[in-house]
Design a protein around this ligand. Structure first.
Ligand SMILES: *Cc1c(COP(=O)(O)O)cnc(C)c1O
Length: 225
């Protein structure tokens, strides 16, 4: 995907590459509110941020109908910054974080959607549960314990490599787990419908492997400074 042209051209190009059933979340970490506003003015509404305080500070400066996604690693003591407005947290990695999201969602009198982040990359640095842990958490999902949390699906980040064979295997492994849970443990829950995988460099491959949501920053806003 090109990093030249106008924002409108890049947006049109990214959109054109995605089937209509795939949601585009514009990753706006480190971008100014003016840059976000420019994409908003082109009609875009779903934005993703990685840092709780950065999101807390930007949110009140931007239109209230933006659908905010939190896609970065989330520490329990930072949930409070985003709980009043966040739509979907992509990075849930265990019951303790869920307890905190539950507490803050209930206090804000709202429900918060979550994805369980699965570690699919070879690198040690990527966060998330391994596939077995994720499957156990979801199979034993405690709706009584987390009534204000809506389990919407899975998120994963592939290895940062040019090896498309490897990335494809990682994405397909996550898509298989998603399908298994959809037909099994979450069969009675149609809201379990979101598979968040794919970024600027690997969005097309992720979509081919079954992604329903891509998180794209650089291909929309250009290289991060
Ligand atoms: C930064 C980031 C993205 C977007 O990356 P680009 O390569 O700029 O598209 C997507 N997902 C996560 C979790 C990120 O941290």
């Amino acid at each position: 995907m090109p990093d030249h042209g106008t924002l409108a051209e890049r947006y049109a190009h990214v959109r054109a590459g995605l089937p209509t059933h795939v949601q585009l979340v514009a990753v706006s970490k480190t971008r100014s509110v003016e840059e976000i506003r420019a994409l908003y003015d082109l009609g875009h509404r779903a934005f993703g941020e990685n840092y709780p305080q950065e999101l807390r500070d930007k949110q009140p400066l931007l239109p209230a109908d933006i659908e905010w996604h939190f896609i970065g690693h989330l520490q329990r003591n930072k949930v409070k910054y985003i709980a009043p407005f966040v739509r979907l947290i992509h990075s849930v990695d265990g019951p303790e974080l869920l307890d905190e999201i539950q507490k803050r969602a209930a206090a804000a009198d709202r429900r918060i959607g979550v994805l369980v982040q699965v570690h699919i990359a070879c690198e040690e640095t990527k966060h998330g549960l391994d596939a077995n842990e994720a499957e156990a958490l979801i199979s034993e999902w405690d709706g009584q314990r987390w009534p204000s949390v809506e389990l919407r699906g899975l998120m994963g980040m592939a290895s940062n490599t040019d090896d498309e064979g490897l990335v494809g295997r990682e994405f397909r492994g996550l898509a298989d787990l998603f399908d298994r849970l959809k037909k099994g443990a979450r069969a009675a829950h149609p809201e379990f419908d979101t598979l968040s995988m794919g970024m600027s460099g690997d969005a097309a491959l992720a979509v081919n492997c079954g992604s329903t949501l891509v998180r794209v920053g650089t291909a929309l806003f250009g290289p991060r400074r």
